[in-house]
Ligand binder design. Structure first.
Ligand SMILES: NC(=O)c1ccc[n+]([C@@H]2O[C@H](COP(=O)([O-])OP(=O)(O)OC[C@H]3O[C@@H](n4cnc5c(N)ncnc54)[C@H](O)[C@@H]3O)[C@@H](O)[C@H]2O)c1
Length: 365
């Protein structure tokens, strides 16, 4: 089978790695795994119950000779409980310091496996093979790994970069449409942060799908933006701007996920509402966003993404959750605001009353 792929590089200092991107990448993945197995190292694939069924042929083609740890699907798997189960599996399989993990799944599997790789035996190698649009355009790149705890989303984790990322767009053929749409929220976020050319492309190209001719170029644009940003500020330490800009809409979105117990909203759906709120907050802070506001809403609607809370949620809980989010600095909330397409800033010290107004407009009570 012809392999159609390109390779991008994530230029993190001391840990550069490739992103192989295209279709029909199974043979490429297999050849990398075969080399590892031939060198006597063990390989363990971490995946979820849905993928075990829907991507059985990819699993058979690529992961023969590997042990396979199958976890339940869904956000609640990104937890201490399942992290512990995963470590137990590694021990049972006799994984050692030179063993290798493969994260084969969406952002949940990628984040959890990455963190397991960072902490098992104080760190072993891992590869990302993302299977959702969201994980292809965002979570598999950049090395943020972690799990949720009751206090908040992604509050326990590590910056830990993979050895390589394999983005095979053929894997999207089995992804449910609601999950594809959720991934589009992060694509739209990237469009807003990126540049007018990318955002206009999203507006003009019609509805993206796994068969759309622009799919690879859109994923490429997202990976290029993300890898550029994380290469410059891997650990989100920049005093202003930097990697924190990738959190556009996420301070609101994470609070929605946390307050609803990580089930009612997919991550991307919560981010979509968060993008609308971030846009509204930007306007309240004096940035006019002429024209952009309408295009953003139209784009999110095109993918049936929510623009406001489906059911009212208590304002007090949402505000409390925001304050326990790791995006606070010295106890102050930090927001990403848009001044225009491709022109975002981080801002602290916004009046809490204004934030509450934005929540109420979005359906909080
Ligand atoms: N690390 C980062 O930088 C980063 C960035 C953005 C989001 N995230 C995290 O990513 C997570 C969300 O990831 P997600 O949206 O990929 O969700 P997910 O991992 O839960 O996957 C979504 C669902 O689709 C199923 N699925 C996955 N691939 C499939 C395929 N090819 N065919 C059929 N079914 C498939 C899964 O079983 C699951 O039910 C959140 O926890 C979020 O915090 C992390």
């Amino acid at each position: 089978m012809e392999i159609l792929s390109k390779t991008l590089e994530v230029g993190i200092k001391g840990k550069a790695y490739p992103i192989h991107l295209g279709s029909s990448l199974g043979l490429k993945v297999r050849s990398v795994i075969q080399k590892i197995l031939d060198s006597g190292r063990k390989v363990c694939v971490v995946t979820d119950e849905n993928l075990k069924v829907s991507q059985a042929s990819f699993i058979n083609q690529c992961f023969d000779g590997c042990s396979i740890c199958v976890l339940p699907a869904g956000e609640t798997t990104k937890s201490m409980h399942y992290l512990g189960k995963t470590f137990d599996f590694f021990c049972d399989q006799g994984l050692g310091r030179n063993s290798v993990l493969i994260a084969f799944g969406g952002g949940v599997i990628g984040d959890l496996t990455g963190y397991a790789a960072a902490s098992y035996l104080r760190g072993i190698d891992f590869y990302q093979v993302p299977t959702t649009l969201l994980s292809m355009v965002d979570s598999s790149v950049g090395g943020k790994t972690g799990i949720n705890i009751s206090g908040g989303k992604n509050l326990v984790g590590a910056f830990y970069q993979p050895e390589a990322v394999f983005i095979d767009t053929d894997l999207l053929s089995t992804l449910p449409p609601r999950e594809f749409s959720a991934g589009m929220a992060e694509v739209v976020k990237t469009g807003l942060l990126g540049n007018k050319e990318l955002f206009d492309k999203l507006v003009l190209m019609g509805k993206l799908s796994d068969k759309h001719p622009d799919l690879v170029s859109v994923i490429t644009a997202c990976c290029v933006l993300k890898s550029t940003v994380v290469s410059e500020d891997e650990r989100e330490m920049a005093h202003s701007g930097g990697r924190a800009l990738l959190n556009l809409g996420h301070t609101f979105g994470h609070a929605i996920e946390n307050v609803t117990g990580y089930g009612a909203y997919l991550h991307g759906e919560a981010v979509a509402i968060g993008l609308v709120m971030a846009k509204n907050l930007s306007i309240r802070c004096g940035y006019s966003l002429e024209g952009l506001s309408e295009s953003l809403v139209n784009l999110l609607q095109l993918y049936q993404l929510p623009l406001s809370l489906k059911e009212p949620l208590p304002l007090e809980s949402l505000m409390k959750s925001m304050f326990s989010d790791k995006k606070t600095r010295n106890g102050k909330l930090r927001f990403v605001l848009l001044r225009n397409i491709g022109d975002a800033i981080t801002k602290e010290g916004i009046d809490e009353k204004m934030i509450e107004e934005i929540w109420r407009a979005g359906g909080a009570k």
